[in-house]
Design a protein around this ligand. Structure first.
Ligand code: GDP
Ligand code: MG
Length: 314
């Protein structure tokens, strides 16, 4: 299928769904695993909108990771779609990586997810993430709390930190053991199945979320209108090629547009320059980024609008 086939007969490959409440660190873990920024993360819950497949290829396995939006009670149409997408991911994978936030005691949301997974009878590996935030004196009691949360299921538990990488290797090994024997599902050099266009729009959305805090998050969408090569000549006569990106940020209300643009355009400028740095890292070259803000009232409640913006009803 691909030119480089794995050499080991014991090679394993398959699909892994990352499941957990919003904000437990699913996207950060995906990025840690594949060593590149493919999933956007933020301190604001419910950042991940589109289902993302990240690909991790090691010497003896290939894990296709599905980063899903957190399972939570739906508030509106967009929320319902997010939950549906997370649920359908469980049915499509070989193993579930169930992630908890170990710096907090287990809550009702966690119990809801455990219940959902028990019913599916699927292999589960548990990650107690954010272990770097737990005091050593609390290690034992936290482990005990989460063990009792999973109801004596034989699920393997690993403490880890997506932030500093501790425990992540063991987690990967544990997940690999649950995959069937098989060949590469994707070329080994691939880290994401999302087109660059989507990754770029997600990087812009991430900067919007990081800079605007609570005022904007759930009502923002980013559409990439154009990506083009821009050639310009330096004094030396050499051509410089930059990638021009034209993007529209959609918000629901006029007031949100005001916040996004900021005084004298200062907010949009900050968002733009930070997003540009991220996009340059992604495409490994200079970028010229132009951002527009557009108000589309109530886009979240209109299915046709959602589809237009790429949020499919999985
Ligand atoms: P998701 O909603 O589950 O995808 O969560 P994110 O990956 O977006 O992470 C939510 C927040 O938790 C972000 O601010 C991350 O930087 C932070 N975070 C994720 N993993 C860790 C970790 O292991 N330790 C610490 N201290 N913070 C983390
Ligand atoms: Mg996420």
């Amino acid at each position: 299928m691909f030119s480089t086939e794995p050499t080991s007969k014991d090679f394993r490959s398959g699909f892994v769904a990352l499941i957990g409440r919003p904000n437990v660190g699913k996207s950060t873990l995906v990025n840690r695993f594949v060593g590149e920024k493919v999933a956007i993360t933020s301190p604001v819950a419910q950042t991940t909108r589109n289902r993302l497949r990240a690909i991790l290829t090691t010497a003896d396995s290939q894990l296709v990771l599905l980063d899903t939006p957190g399972i939570h009670k739906p508030h509106h149409l967009l929320g319902e779609r997010l939950v549906k997408s997370a649920r359908s991911a469980i049915g499509e994978v070989d193993v579930v990586l169930l992630i908890f936030e170990s710096c907090h005691p287990p809550g009702k949301g966690d119990a809801f997810i455990v219940n959902l997974l028990e019913k599916q009878k699927i292999p589960v590996v548990v990650a107690l993430n954010k272990w770097d935030l737990v005091l050593p004196s609390d290690f034992k009691s936290i482990e005990k709390d989460y063990k009792s949360l999973i109801n004596n299921n034989s699920w393997k538990i690993h403490s880890c930190s997506a932030k500093n990488g501790d425990g992540c290797l063991n987690l990967i090994k544990s997940l690999s053991k649950n995959l069937p024997k098989g060949q590469y599902l994707y070329p080994p050099e691939m880290v994401s199945d999302q087109p660059q266009r989507i990754l770029i729009s997600e990087l812009i959305r991430e900067q919007v979320l990081l800079h605007t805090k609570e005022e904007i998050p759930h009502s923002v969408a980013v559409n990439i209108e154009k990506i083009e090569e821009i050639k310009s000549q330096k004094k030396s006569g050499l051509d410089v090629i930059r990638t021009g990106v034209l993007a529209t940020i959609f918000v629901e209300r006029k007031s949100q547009k005001g916040i996004l643009i900021g005084k004298g355009g200062s907010m949009l400028k900050t968002i733009g320059s930070e997003a540009r740095i991220q996009i340059q890292a992604l495409i490994e070259g200079p970028v010229y980024l132009e951002l527009f803000v557009k108000v589309v009232p109530d886009w979240r409640r209109k299915p046709s609008r959602l589809s237009e913006l790429g949020y499919k009803g999985y």
